[in-house]
Write a protein that binds this ligand. Structure first.
Ligand code: COA
Length: 335
């Protein structure tokens, strides 16, 4: 007879990241729109961002990040069972994960895209965890990648200053003796969907008399910055507290607070509300801007490679953004 049902634990075993070579700093942006380095730095903390050229693809960035994460985990691409690509900006609306699977040679893996905007990485981590916990898959490559420069209105100074392009990845592995994913909490509120959109533009195309279909195209990002700001400083401390509650931990047990890199003022305010000292807050926003689903794994990978985050360190991550969606996860770094 088969064993009774068994739950597996999770380890976050490796990370990787990639950004395009070209950069755009605040002074260069002020040649495009009526803004200044001083305004952007004071209101957001962003100094520059990386932007993809038309030839660079999301798949290339994601594959680079994914390969590095697999190498850090001491695995080869053939060991990967599942690839989850969190993105809102795929190269192909049918999905980009399968192409990345082919590109990195993860021949055994099933691959799919997951869309939850800037919460995509946290939602992806929890999704991947369900496959591991139930024993379905042992090695999962989770990638967060976005090229928002393709979708920004470069004439709108209220939004174009915020975003940048990049990719980050982690390898999540099954463990039988311990579980390093300690708690999580996920939320959505579609009633506030209008506050941040990258939506299909309704333009009709007549096919036959009396029959019209929509033409596939999207309008650039629209946002109510103040509402999104208020949403973030309100919901992020709450969702982290919920994840900590599920982990049976309090904030003083956290070594690092790693929030979606949207705005330094949001990060400072969340840390203050949770009474987490600023030395524990990981921030690389100044160099990359808001890279959406990539921002958490990009900052994680940098901090790991700099030797800042060490094996066993406890990290609280939280993503928030369009949907509206928000979520948090508490995990320990390393196998
Ligand atoms: N440069 C100079 N002035 C700017 C500007 C820019 N880039 N963008 C807006 N302004 C102006 C506005 O026109 C407004 O001028 P007015 O007072 O003459 O009308 C003034 O600055 C204040 O605008 P406001 O939108 O109230 O600024 P803010 O303090 O709320 O800061 C954001 C704007 C976008 C930085 C801030 O709201 C924010 O970060 N929100 C969260 C956005 C976010 O993180 N989104 C992604 C989530 S995943």
């Amino acid at each position: 007879m088969k064993d009774t049902f068994k739950q597996f634990g999770i380890a976050i075993a490796g990370s990787g990241s990639a950004t395009p070579t070209a950069t755009l700093d605040n002074d260069q942006l002020s040649q495009l729109v009526d803004t200044s380095d001083e305004w952007i730095t004071t209101r957001t903390g962003i100094r520059m961002r990386h932007v993809a050229t038309p030839e660079e693809t999301l798949g290339q960035l994601a594959a680079r990040a994914g390969r590095d994460a697999i190498a850090m985990a001491n695995l080869s691409p053939e060991d990967i069972d599942l690839i989850v690509l969190a993105t809102s900006t795929p190269d192909d609306l049918f999905g980009s994960a399968a192409k990345i699977q082919g590109e990195i040679g993860a021949t055994r893996a099933v691959a799919f895209d997951l869309t939850a905007a800037c919460s995509g990485f946290v939602f992806g981590m929890v999704t991947a965890a369900q496959f591991i916990r139930t024993g379905v898959y042992r090695n999962v490559l989770l990638i967060g990648a976005d090229i928002l420069s393709r979708w920004v209105d470069w004439d709108d100074r209220a939004t174009c200053i915020l975003f940048g392009d990049g990719a980050g990845a982690v390898v999540m592995r099954a463990r039988e003796d311990r579980d390093r994913l300690l708690g999580f909490s996920l939320h959505s509120n579609g009633q506030k969907n209008h506050t941040l959109n990258l939506s299909q533009q309704a333009e009709s195309r007549g096919l036959l008399t009396g029959l019209e279909v929509g033409r596939g195209q999207y309008r650039p990002i629209t946002m109510n910055g103040r509402e999104v700001y208020r949403f973030a400083v309100d919901k992020v401390p709450e969702v982290i507290s919920k994840a900590l509650y599920h982990a049976h931990l309090t904030t003083d047990a956290i070594d690092w607070l790693l929030l979606h890199q949207a705005n330094q003022r949001i990060m400072d305010s969340v840390a203050e509300r949770l009474e987490i000292p600023t030395e524990k807050v990981i921030s690389n926003l100044a160099k990359y801007g808001n890279t959406s689903a990539a921002s958490i794994p990009l900052a994680l990978d940098e901090a790991v490679r700099e030797g800042k985050i060490k094996a066993g360190d406890r990290i609280a991550v939280s993503g928030f953004g369009a949907g509206l969606t928000w979520g948090a996860a508490i995990f320990e770094w390393g196998i």
